[in-house]
Design a protein around this ligand. Structure first.
Ligand SMILES: Nc1nc2c(ncn2[C@@H]2O[C@H](COP(=O)(O)OP(=O)(O)OP(=O)(O)O)[C@@H](O)[C@H]2O)c(=O)[nH]1
Ligand SMILES: C=C(OP(=O)(O)O)C(=O)O
Length: 216
C-alpha cells in the first residue's frame, strides 16, 4: 500500500513561535525550514510512501521542499491549519484517489522512515486513525483510507478531538521519532537526543552550549 502524505507548513517567519526563548527571530525561520526538510526527506525515503505534498504559501520553503521531491500545494490564505489540510487532501486525491492519505506535521526533525512505515502499516487497518504526540496531548499523524474524509482537528489538545471523532488511536511500540514534534526548547532537546536529520543538525548547531542571543 502506497500512501499520500500531506504536510502543512505555515510561513517560516511566523513558524515555531514557542521556540522564542530557545532561538531568536533570526534563527527560528531557518530552524522551522530545517525541521520541514528533515520531515519531508524522511517521508520521501519511507517505503510505504508514494508521494508527499506540502501545503504552504512560503516561497522559500516551497522551493527547498520541491527540490527534495515534494509537490507544493498553495495554502488557502488565512484559513488556518485544518482547512489547509482538508484542502491539501482534496488536491492530492484528485491525482491519486486510490491511495490512503496521511496528514503529518512538518516539525518532526528526528523522523525515521522505518518507524513511519510501521505507523502507516498499522493505520492501514482502519478507516481513520491517528498517532498521539510525545506529550500525549496532541497529534502528529492522522490518516484516512481511500474514500474516507480526513476530518482534521489538529491544534492544542487534538488527541482527544481525534479520538472523539471516531479515529482509532494507534499504539505501536518504538515509534518515538514519529511522535517527537518540536514546539519548545525541551522538545528540541528531546529530538536532538533521538537523533535529528542533517538539516536540523546544521540549523541547531549555533544553539549548542550557549544561551539564546536576543534578536538572532
Ligand atoms: N499550511 C499551513 N500549515 C500550518 C498552519 N498553521 C500551522 N501549520 C503547520 O501545522 C503544523 C503544526 O503546527 P504547530 O506545531 O502549532 O507549529 P507552529 O504553528 O509553527 O508553532 P507555534 O508558532 O509555536 O504554534 C506545523 O507543521 C505548522 O507549520 C496554516 O495556517 N497553514
Ligand atoms: C498541531 C498540534 O499541536 P501543537 O501545536 O501543540 O504541535 C496538534 O497536536 O494537533
Amino acid at each position: 500500500m502506497q500512501w499520500t502524505m500531506v504536510i502543512p507548513l505555515k510561513p517560516l517567519t511566523r513558524a515555531k513561535s514557542r521556540l522564542a526563548d530557545t532561538a531568536g527571530a533570526g534563527l527560528r525561520p531557518g530552524l522551522a525550514l530545517a525541521f520541514a526538510q528533515d520531515t519531508v526527506a524522511a517521508a520521501l525515503a519511507c517505503t510505504a510512501v508514494g508521494d508527499v505534498a506540502v501545503v504552504t504559501d512560503d516561497a522559500v520553503a516551497g522551493r527547498e521542499l520541491a527540490a527534495l521531491g515534494a509537490r507544493i500545494v498553495p495554502d488557502l490564505p488565512g484559513a488556518g491549519l485544518n482547512p489547509a489540510l482538508a484542502h491539501g487532501a482534496a488536491v492530492v486525491r484528485a491525482s491519486h484517489p486510490e491511495r490512503p492519505v496521511a496528514a503529518l506535521n512538518a516539525d518532526l526533525p528526528a523522523l525515521r522512515p522505518d518507524e513511519l512505515a510501521r505507523v502507516l502499516a498499522s493505520a492501514g487497518e482502519f478507516p481513520r486513525a491517528f498517532l498521539a504526540d510525545a506529550a500525549a496531548l496532541g497529534t502528529t499523524l492522522l490518516t484516512a483510507a481511500p474514500g474516507r474524509e480526513l476530518l482534521p482537528a489538529f491544534g492544542p489538545g487534538s488527541r482527544e478531538r481525534h479520538r472523539a471523532s471516531g479515529a482509532v488511536e494507534l499504539t505501536p511500540a518504538g515509534v518515538d521519532s514519529v511522535r517527537q514534534d518540536v514546539d519548545t526548547g525541551a522538545d528540541l532537546r528531546a529530538a536532538l537526543a533521538l537523533g535529528v536529520g542533517p538539516w536540523t543538525e546544521a540549523a541547531a548547531a549555533p544553539l549548542a552550549g550557549r544561551a539564546p542571543v536576543p534578536g538572532q
